[in-house]
Structure formats: C-alpha cells, structure tokens
Design a protein around this ligand. Structure first.
Ligand SMILES: [Zn+2]
Length: 352
C-alpha cells in the first residue's frame, strides 16, 4: 500500500535556501537542454530517465530510493536532499502534514516548488493492515448543524449517539463576518490571509472529529458507513432542486472530513463504506414515510411525530447499509409510535 504525504520544508537557513534554489533551477535548465549546468549526478540521471519530453514549465526534484533519508530529531523531521557540490547533501527540517504508519518505508519522493516554498511529497510504502471483521455499524451523517452525527447501530438498535464538530459553524460565521468587514475596508491581502487561517482552524477541528470517529469505530468493532454526498451533489445540480442540500454541501467541508475518516480508518484496518445518501434526510427512520425538516434540527414525520433531524439521517444510513448487507427485514416495516424511540432522542445542543 502506498501513501504520499506532503511535508513543507520549513525554516530554511539562507544558505540552504540558496543551495536548494540553485539545484532546482539548474534542474529546469538541464531539462531545457543545458547539459552543462552543475547538478547532482543522481538528479541528472533522474531527469534523463523521467523527463524525455519536456512539456511542463517546471519539474520537481526527485529523491531517489537509495538516497532518501528522513530522520526525527526531537520534534522535527529532517530530510536529506542530495545536491551538487555539498557532500552528503543538505539536511532540511520538514513539517509532515499527516502521520504515517510505523512500519512504513520511505520510497522515491519528490520536491516541488510552490511560489517561493518547497514541499516534499514523501511516498511511503507499507503492508496494508488486515481489514477487520466488524460486528456493528457506525453510521455517520455529515450535516449542517453538526459536522458529523454518528450512530452506533447493533442488531437493529441504536446503542450510542455522538455529535461532533458543532463549533465549525460558528468558526465559519465568524470568518465570514471578518472577511466582509475587511473587504469593506479594501484590505484584500488581509482577506486572503484570514481565509487560510480559517482553513487551518477548520482543518484542526476536522482532524479531531475524524480521529474520534475512527477511535469509536475501533473501540466498538464497527464498520464506518458514510453517506455519499458527492453523488448527491451531481444529482441535485442536474435537477435544479434541493436548495437546502446544495447549501449544506457548499458550506461544510464534507469532502475533507470524509477523506480524513477514510484515511485514518485505512491505517487501522477499519472498512469504510460509502452509500448513497439520497433521501436519507427526508425519510422517517421509524416508518420509512416521507417527512419534513420543520427547523434545521427537527424532523417531523406525519405518523411518528418529531425528533432530531441529524439523528434521523444517521439512522437511515445505518439501516440502508444493513439492508445492503442483507440481514434486516426492512420491507414493509411497521410504523411505530415515536415514544419507542425516545431513548435515542438526542440532546440537541451538546457536542459529542
Ligand atoms: Zn414515521
């Protein structure tokens, strides 16, 4: 199994920056036909091997399998980059954007330049962890009020309900307000900076949320079942309806969150299944009838009454997956009174 992790090259000294700049720009010159530029021999070989026809503007420096070296020193990782004229290459501090499995082996990687920064694209290879045989389902509904609502589902029963990431909405509102204010004053550069700050803040929350979801699945030996929002999006666009759904998809970083869940699950061998989420938010999880969202948090079924809307979506996902697995008699399910489900009624304000 292969995995590529981005690692920003940070805190370069002026000397190392100059050396790296020189190596990088000499590679570009070399590729354009100037074969005499000083360039580390392995970099020349790689260039000749890989870039027979030069099409792009710029190419990354590649770090050959046998020359690559990543070491941890206290809190930082150091990457060795072989360059022309410096014996043993230069060691640069890198900041890894993700963790990697302990038994992973670093293989041939690349260094790309973005604007004036260098980023190492480190490729790791590791044996895929064996996929677990799971005995229950953790259904995750990605929503608007909460980034995720998770329902632990066992033998047709809700065992646990968790709400995650309620704070994201507040964060986004705050930054939207801030951006408006800054735009009014014409501070466009600041607006950009604020945008990337927002992304970092939201990402940190998403990492925390995904980590907790995966830990819960691990602790309860569950499959993770996610609603597939990308599929929905296309359909919604095509039909020109579902304004509410479109707003949700555009406002929450679902894609990032589901990718993080998938990634973290993969590292520990938890199967993640994505199922179509069509109509899960409009269907009553108790009787299967069509209902309505009365307010954002409240779902109303004409037969069963009112209950938490996020929870409804998550239970529908669990049921749909169970049906797909084929051990749940769902067709023609009987309408039950709502009080039977009172135990799963969620505290609407608590964050899981
Ligand atoms: Zn109902």
């Amino acid at each position: 199994m292969r995995l590529t992790i981005q690692a920003g090259i940070v805190g370069l000294t002026r000397r190392k920056k100059e050396i790296l700049d020189r190596e990088y720009s000499n590679l570009q010159k070399f590729l354009k036909g100037d074969r005499d530029v000083p360039l580390y021999s392995a970099n020349k070989q790689q260039a000749l091997r890989y870039y027979k026809k030069v099409k792009q503007k710029e190419y990354p420096l590649s770090l050959r399998n046998d020359l690559i070296n990543l070491r941890k020193a206290k809190t930082f990782w150091f990457l060795k980059i072989p360059v022309y004229g410096v014996r043993g290459g230069i060691k640069v501090p890198v900041k890894l954007h993700r963790e990697f499995p302990e038994n992973a082996k670093l293989c041939e990687s690349k260094i790309v330049k973005r604007k004036d920064r260098y980023i190492a694209m480190l490729t790791f290879e590791f044996p895929a962890p064996p996929m677990r045989e799971c005995s229950s389902i953790l259904a995750v509904d990605l929503g608007e009020r909460f980034a995720a609502t998770a329902v632990l589902w066992q033998n047709g029963n809700v065992m646990k309900v968790q709400f995650y990431g309620k704070e994201i909405r507040g964060v986004r509102r705050h930054y939207a307000w801030l951006r408006r204010r800054l735009q009014e004053r014409g501070l466009i550069q600041v607006v950009k900076r604020v945008g990337s700050k927002e992304r970092r803040v939201v990402n940190a929350i998403l990492h925390r949320v995904s980590k907790r979801i995966v830990s819960l699945a691990l602790a309860t030996n569950s499959y993770i079942v996610l609603g597939d929002l990308t599929g929905i999006r296309k359909r919604v666009k095509g039909k020109g309806k579902g304004k509410r759904l479109n707003r949700i998809i555009n406002n929450m970083p679902y894609y990032r969150l589901s990718k993080m869940i998938e990634y973290k699950s993969m590292l520990v061998g938890i199967p993640v299944i994505t199922i179509s989420e069509a109509y899960t938010s409009q269907t009553c999880h108790i009787c299967g009838c069509e209902g309505k969202r009365k307010t954002q948090g409240l779902f109303v079924c004409p037969h069963c009454g009112e209950y938490n809307a996020d929870l409804n979506g998550a239970i529908n996902i669990a049921k749909r997956f169970e049906r797909a697995l084929g051990y749940m008699p769902l067709a023609g399910a009987v309408c039950e009174p709502a009080h039977n489900h009172a135990c799963v009624e969620a505290p609407s304000d608590r964050v899981g």
